[in-house]
Write a protein that binds this ligand. Structure first.
Ligand code: 16G
Ligand code: ZN
Length: 579
């Protein structure tokens, strides 16, 4: 039962500052932390109503501003299926965030056919920002005042919170993925399932060989952006060891990756000159705040973002320059692996040929990656709008095995119903064949993937193990992987304007639809540069686009061309046009 007095008190005490309008952005609400308390109170009530509208299915609230600077904070909402809030609900969330009092809130709810129910359950998690604890307590207080039940997971990564929500709504999970314990927190189970699948995947390699082979042990430095991932990575080495010991899987332990976590919470300012966003956007090596002997010569490095839902890999070449393996490179690696394995399975199980396998990218994907995917991997490519809610939906809609990765390192692979049908058919055909048979190996590999790869949302930890396993199976290092294709030189920047909502784009953000003169001028700039380009190949055509950011008050600009000089010039020109 709602405690009206307490709700009124909270809404009054955390009132909306004059002349402020909050909006639901690309991934929820994100502002300077001092602006957040009024949003927290209102959106907590909103989350409870969302749960009520789903007949009491639990939903989730994550207190984080992801890769933003330390002083920002925010709210991400997990829907009951572990995915993002349905887009149709965003307008109501925006109205809620701006409603003064309880009466107005309830009017908005009524207008949206939404009302408090008997069952309202909300999972809460938070990142390591100093203000996150206080904000999560405020959310809990508001939820309780509204009569909702709260399950507090404390410090968790965003993907682990999404997984907790998905896992507590078993009707949204494919049967094949249900196993293990019951309770309210599934984080341990989740990490165990990632590690178990990882070890099983590695173990399929030796089946291709008759003698025991010793591999070079891989040591990976993990830059945790001084964020919440830094609390989880240190647990993983031990979990890998325990799993390998207890599972009876025969595996040369030298084939397991060893993780050295650095940039833990407190080592340095969150996301500052470290982490995935910095490395990918600035194209610079991260500062390692926790430098030790071990970290100096590390060739294999991964950078997470502040809430561990993104990852990029990188290394230093002989000249000390950054070799970056971003989300595009991950997409290429993962999708070519999937194509190969499905192909190998299809010789024994022809049904595999009917599986629609493909990839979703955004306008930020480097032109070389898209060309490589289409021409070399020969996979279908769909370009969707920026933001997980768009790429996830597209992957789900277009493909039975849909991989999506944003260039910034957020991504995952979604396995649809038909894929699970394929596994069932494969079992019938292959159960009595030799485990060394190539189709059998492909089946062993494919069947562990849905437990290795987060089915709700991209996860840096899960993607780390996926990439490491594929590299190991292929016998590659970061350099072999990086050389699959070379990125077109690119430049990203942002411009502050009076009103970024003036700019509208087409469906996949590759073009501005208004102001119309802006796109005409951009087209002219690209054409002029293309004329002076050395080749006429489509993949190498200079390209630029602009879009309003959904997380910051700015317009973002992306340009790519055949030289860094040209990419810089095109970005500068585009910025001038926006300004
Ligand atoms: C958010 C999105 C990310 C997107 C970024 C774009 C989620 C979970 N995260 O971080 O996918 O790339 O926003 O930011 O959706 P922008 O709109 O400011 O460019
Ligand atoms: Zn993030």
């Amino acid at each position: 039962v709602p405690n009206t007095n307490e709700l009124n008190r909270l809404l009054k005490h955390f009132s909306i500052p004059p002349k402020t309008k909050f909006t639901y952005g690309t991934a929820g609400f994100r502002y300077h932390h001092e602006l957040l308390p009024p949003i927290i109170v209102r959106i907590a009530i909103f989350a409870a109503l969302r749960s009520s509208s789903l007949d009491g299915e639990p939903v989730g609230l994550m207190i984080t501003a992801s890769h933003n600077p330390e002083q920002d904070n925010g709210l991400k909402i997990s829907d009951s299926n572990g995915g993002m809030l349905p887009i149709e609900w965003e307008a109501m969330a925006t109205d809620f965030a701006n409603a003064k009092n309880l009466k107005l809130l309830m009017e908005i709810a009524a207008k949206n056919n939404s009302q408090p129910g008997k069952e309202m359950i909300v999972h809460i998690g938070r990142d390591t920002r100093s203000h996150s604890l206080h904000l999560s307590q405020l959310a809990i207080r508001s939820l309780k005042a509204f009569g909702a039940m709260v399950i507090d997971h404390g410090l968790v990564t965003t993907p682990a919170l999404h997984y907790n929500v998905l896992r507590s709504n078993v009707n949204h999970m494919p049967n094949a993925l249900l196993y293990g314990s019951s309770g309210t927190s599934f984080e341990k189970e989740y990490l165990n399932s990632i590690i178990g699948s990882y070890v099983s995947l590695l173990s399929t390699k030796s089946q291709l060989y008759t003698q025991k082979i010793h591999w070079n042990k891989r040591s990976m430095l993990v830059d945790c952006a001084c964020g919440v991932g830094g609390l989880k990575v240190p647990l993983l080495n031990q979990m890998i060891e325990e799993f390998t010991e207890n599972s009876g899987i025969l595996l040369d332990t030298s084939s397991l990756v060893h993780l050295t976590p650095v940039n833990l919470p407190g080592d340095g300012p969150l996301n500052e000159r470290c982490g995935a966003e910095y490395v990918q956007k600035q194209q610079k090596l991260p500062v390692i705040y926790t430098e030790t002997d071990e970290t100096l010569n590390m060739e294999y490095v991964a950078s997470f973002d502040g809430d561990a839902d993104r990852i990029v890999f990188h290394a230093k070449d002989v000249d000390g320059n950054l070799v970056l393996l971003d989300g595009d490179k991950i997409a290429v690696l993962v999708s070519s692996f999937l194509q190969e394995e499905i192909e190998a399975l299809s010789t024994a199980v022809p049904f595999a040929k009917s599986i629609r396998c493909g990839i979703v990218q955004t306008a930020y994907a480097n032109g070389s990656s898209t060309a490589y995917l289409k021409n070399v991997v020969k996979t279908d490519v769909v370009i969707a709008k920026t933001g997980v809610k768009h790429v996830h939906t597209a992957a789900h809609h277009h493909f039975d095995v849909g991989t999506y990765f944003e260039a910034n390192g957020h991504g995952t692979v979604l396995f649809g119903k038909k894929f699970f049908e394929l596994l069932a058919k494969a079992e019938q055909c292959l159960v009595s064949t030799s485990r060394k048979n190539r189709s059998n190996i492909a089946w062993q590999r494919l069947r562990v993937l849905p437990r290795l790869v987060n089915q709700a949302v991209g996860d840096a930890i899960s993607d780390l193990f996926l990439v490491d396993a594929i590299l190991y199976l292929k016998g590659w290092n970061l350099y072999t992987w990086g050389q699959l294709y070379s990125d077109m030189p690119s430049r990203q920047c942002k411009v502050k304007v009076q009103d970024r909502t003036m700019i509208h784009t087409n469906e996949n953000e590759t073009k501005a639809t208004s102001p119309i003169q802006l796109q005409m001028a951009l087209d002219a700039a690209m054409d002029a540069m293309a004329k002076n380009s050395p080749t006429g190949r489509q993949a190498n055509r200079p390209r630029a686009f602009v879009r309003p950011s959904g997380t910051e008050d700015a317009v973002r600009i992306y340009a790519e061309a055949n030289s860094q000089k040209d990419a810089d010039a095109l970005a500068t020109e585009a910025a001038a046009l926006v300004y």
